[in-house]
Design a protein around this ligand. Sequence first.
Ligand code: KDG
Ligand code: MG
Length: 405
Amino acid sequence: MTRKIVDVDVLVTSPSRNFVTLRITTDDGIVGWGDATLNGRELAVASYLRDHLAPALLGRDADRIEDTWQYFYRGAYWRRGPVTMAAIGAIDLALWDIKGKALDVPVYQLLGGAARDRILTYTHATGWDVPELLDSVDRRREQGFRAVRAQSGVPGLDKVYGVTKGAASYEPAGRGAGPVEEDWDTSAYLRHAPKVLSAVREHVGPDLKLLHDVHHRLNPTEAARLARSLEDVDLFWLEDVTPAENQRLLRTLRQQTTIPLAIGEVFNTVWDCEHLITERLIDFIRTAVVHAGGISHVRKILALAEVYQIKGAPHGPSDVSPINLSASLHLGLATSNFAIQEYMGYDPLVSEVFQSSFRFEDGYLHPGDEPGLGVHVDEDAAARFPYKQAYLPIARELDGSMKDW
Ligand code: KDG
Ligand code: MG
């Protein structure tokens, strides 16, 4: 028996920020949902899906998830890259959602069943100065988080990516007709970050897991200097220390420090991280489920990582939708080498569009036991929030030259 795909549609909605959502419907009336959000490049993925992949999906057997993945990956002459892989990822999530609903089981059961009871999660704390950051960390601990990523301002700079001034929660993209420009000063950052993170460790004591994200801003020498100055802070990880292309040079850094390294939120396939994994230049692989071709491909990345004692810790910012978060949780529950899930939470407007069954308790997440991925999309609510152009900011050195992401 085949379960035919009879309808494919793409929703672009902006409840506080932009999300691209794929809806696939089968001839027996099952609806599956996939996230296709690529921050700042949303409409490119929407068009790739609508104009190129949707027509080829009509009439295919929805039950053949792996074959559909291979069809769109191997069948494309122009492979890989974030737009292509997010589009394939969205289809993959929607098909896993359909299969779970068809069999009346949550997706984690289809992936082998629970390999753990719950998933450790970390969230973000940000403050422009140390007192503000400590307040933010304390608020996160009061909410129950056992792991917190801490980011602060840098003296002399007006804005720093990932850091808010005051109590506002941080949103990676800014709305407008072009990217906001920020300044960057490596020397000031390298002087300041160790003091701030030491103050946080002193304030919270030994138990809280502390993480810090460098957002690809350093070269390997600078990264080694930072890592060595942070040895006593006992970080759970240091993230994205150098630009993602700098893979071979990470060996120098590894020789200088035992600080665990996390990399990979901008990777899209196993071929982007194969060297990092097989040379064990990292400790945590961060590919987001949707951005690397969905559950079907990310579980292969995690299987490779398992051989090298590297753990999965997928990207989970507020700029991918609750459908992606839910998929990540199903995969995480069923995967033995899964370490932690990033969870920034969502603006209340997002919950008007995406009603999810995952639950947060005592610093851990669980995807819930609804059939499929467990996310209901309210299309009327989605239609109330039209797309608004938005970009991630860019950064320049103090002399005006472009800085890496
Ligand atoms: O869209 C990019 C953001 O999601 C990213 O910059 C946030 O680095 C980030 C993180 O670790 O969540
Ligand atoms: Mg990051």
